[in-house]
Design a binder for this molecule. Structure first.
Ligand SMILES: Cc1cc2nc3c(=O)[nH]c(=O)nc-3n(C[C@H](O)[C@H](O)[C@H](O)COP(=O)(O)OP(=O)(O)OC[C@H]3O[C@@H](n4cnc5c(N)ncnc54)[C@H](O)[C@@H]3O)c2cc1C
Length: 563
């Protein structure tokens, strides 16, 4: 592949980069710049755009339009082959990556000579009961859009509800995690709410609660204690409660219980914690430590000379014998971009018979926006607070944004946000999946007689108590339903109102399926139809024949003799 004697590449190499975030996109760019036509470079990413994650809290707060916090990968990587596809697996012996692509999600194999893994991390919230089911996250563009729509939805609801407890829950916003993304998200959300309240005359500012829950005894662990104290004070002055030394014990759709035993009525939990390896990286079976791929200091995966990893998914030692977490590259964009440069240089050296060099970089500092034009910054040993730090934050990220067009758009967004009110348009995003797990604490009402029939429920763990008023005696009849049992079947019959009331008899997890989903299953799955056949017969209904349902197997009355 190379002519070591001349030190020049004589045959084209194929380099495949998995992931188009800070690590992957910058690595592909640097590789192309270094290797030019001597290498064929392909980048695979799930979306066709690069997301500038530091701006996501501002997208969530509506000061930047979603399309302006991203750039098309094809613009940023003109001479790189970009493939929009989902990486499924890698066969390291055969040097083949399998991806799913296109509308039909066809498996396709891609060969490589060198593989670069930059797939970032995923969130694992499963350790705290209920968090996975009920928390919003802040990692993707879709997360940010969903958060904004959700916050505006809560304001709309609080404005019109007549129930004080519902209003209280709707106006309580919790952010879990006091790192950069948690603090910036809380600060920006507070901005959005404060600036929107003038459109909601029945909400008093004193009714809004914004809470940050942080397990450590301070926020912004990457910054000096002085700046972290300043940030805490500033957030508190802005009316944001910062609960230190406090974790999440459990969560439901209406409550968050802290490790200190406090029960907070809330319909908004944003979790910015729980970094975990993404499932695809876990499936690769590469050597890993602390949930990240183990690489040597040249960024080559330990034990392999043709596989490299960088960014959040890689554990990169900064010294030869690391002692603690600070001796590893932190999962930040600042580091991922520097790692990309080193990695490209090392692959180029490998191809030309040179010696790859160890990654060596020291953080130049850290910046965080606290919202309301305040921030904290620690740059080149200098500490800045308040407005100057916030201004620096904006300039730094503007300069960091890839692509001139994106920079101009972001600048325009900031300018317009400075001179005009925040929009409270609630664009529709699907915030609740049609089939989902929901947790309830003992005593929680799941639904009441008269409520709209909106889902079919299966008990996964725990138990529920169903109460029905006997039409003849007028007395309540109570039935307990445990794991494997189900309730809410009336929606099969097209019923619009509940006839029973159901509450959790103990801490309970249920699977809820919307009517449309339920009927889709009934559309094609004979065993499913058979199971509900007796129930339907008792109510004088039957399924239409298979194949005559037009996608929605809505049940029909059993034909009578008259018919
Ligand atoms: C809200 C927020 C704010 C932040 N603020 C800052 C900040 O101010 N400063 C800072 O330095 N860092 C910040 N960070 C951290 C920074 O964004 C990350 O460290 C950086 O993005 C890591 O780059 P990466 O390439 O490793 O991963 P990512 O940028 O996450 O990229 C991973 C890419 O892989 C793709 N992918 C994943 N799985 C698959 C698959 N199976 N198939 C195909 N594609 C896949 C994803 O779509 C994504 O494009 C912030 C992060 C967040 C979430």
């Amino acid at each position: 592949m190379v002519g070591p004697a001349t030190g020049r590449i004589v045959v084209t190499s194929r380099i495949v980069v998995l992931g188009g975030g800070f690590g992957g996109m910058y690595a592909a760019r640097a590789l192309k710049r270094r290797l030019g036509r001597a290498a064929e470079i392909e980048l695979v990413n799930a979306e066709n755009y690069f997301v500038f994650q530091p701006l996501l809290p501002e997208v969530g707060a509506g000061s930047i339009t979603p399309a302006h916090a991203v750039s098309p990968l094809r613009f940023l990587l003109r001479d790189v082959f970009v493939r929009k596809a989902t990486v499924d697996s890698v066969d390291f012996d055969r040097r083949l990556v399998t991806v799913f692509q296109g509308v039909q999600r066809r498996p396709t194999e891609i060969g490589y000579d060198h593989l670069v893994i930059a797939l970032g991390q995923a969130a694992d919230l499963s350790k705290m009961p209920g968090l996975e089911e009920h928390a919003l996250t802040m990692r993707t563009l879709e997360d940010a859009r969903r958060l904004r729509a959700h916050v505006i939805g809560q304001l709309e609801h609080a404005q019109i509800t007549r129930l004080p407890e519902v209003k209280r829950g709707a106006l309580t916003f919790c952010v879990v995690g006091g790192g950069f993304s948690g603090i910036e998200t809380a600060g920006e959300m507070k901005d959005l709410i404060d600036r929107s309240l003038k459109f909601y005359p029945d909400i008093a500012p004193s009714e809004v609660r914004m809470i940050v829950v942080e397990f450590a005894d301070r926020i912004l662990g990457e910054m000096s204690p002085g700046l972290a104290d300043y940030a805490t004070r500033t957030l508190r002055e802005r009316g944001i409660e910062v609960k230190l030394g406090t974790g999440v014990a459990s969560a439901t759709g209406t409550q968050l219980v802290t490790t200190t035993g406090e029960v907070i009525d809330t319909r908004t939990i944003v979790a910015t914690i729980g970094n975990a390896p993404s499932p695809v990286v876990r499936r690769m079976g590469l050597p890993s430590e602390r949930g990240r791929i183990s690489v040597d200091r040249t960024l080559a995966v330990k034990g392999r000379s043709d596989v490299w990893a960088l960014g959040d998914c890689a554990l990169i030692a900064l010294k030869d014998a690391p002692q603690g977490p600070r001796d590893y590259a932190p999962p930040t964009a600042q580091f991922a971009v520097r790692e990309a440069e080193q990695l490209a240089e090392n692959i180029a050296s490998t191809l030309t018979g040179g010696t790859p060099q160890p990654f060596d970089y020291r953080s130049k500092g850290a910046l965080a926006s606290l919202g309301a034009r305040k921030g904290v910054a620690q740059v080149f040993g200098l500490e800045l607070k308040g407005f100057p730090a916030w201004l620096l934050w904006r300039f730094y990220y503007l300069a960091f944004l890839p692509g001139l067009t994106t920079r101009i758009f972001v600048l325009l967004n900031w300018f317009m946000d400075g001179i005009s009110p925040r929009s409270v348009v609630q664009l529709h995003t699907r915030s609740v999946p049609p089939t989902r797990y929901v947790r309830y604490r003992a005593g929680d009402v799941i639904y009441e007689a008269g409520n709209r029939s909106d889902g079919f429920y299966t008990v996964v763990t725990g138990a529920v108590e169903m109460t029905r008023t006997d039409p003849e005696t007028g007395l309540p009849q109570v039935r307990t339903i445990g794991p494997g049992g189900h309730f809410g079947e009336r929606l099969i019959l097209g019923a619009t109102r509940r006839q029973t009331s159901v509450r959790a008899a103990e801490d309970t997890k249920v699977l809820v399926m919307d009517r449309e989903e339920f009927l889709k299953l009934a559309d094609s799955f004979q065993a499913f139809r058979d199971y509900f056949g007796p129930y339907m017969a008792r109510h004088g209904m039957t399924w239409p024949p298979l194949g005559e349902t037009d996608g929605q197997a809505a049940p029909k009355p059993v034909p009578t003799e008259k018919d």
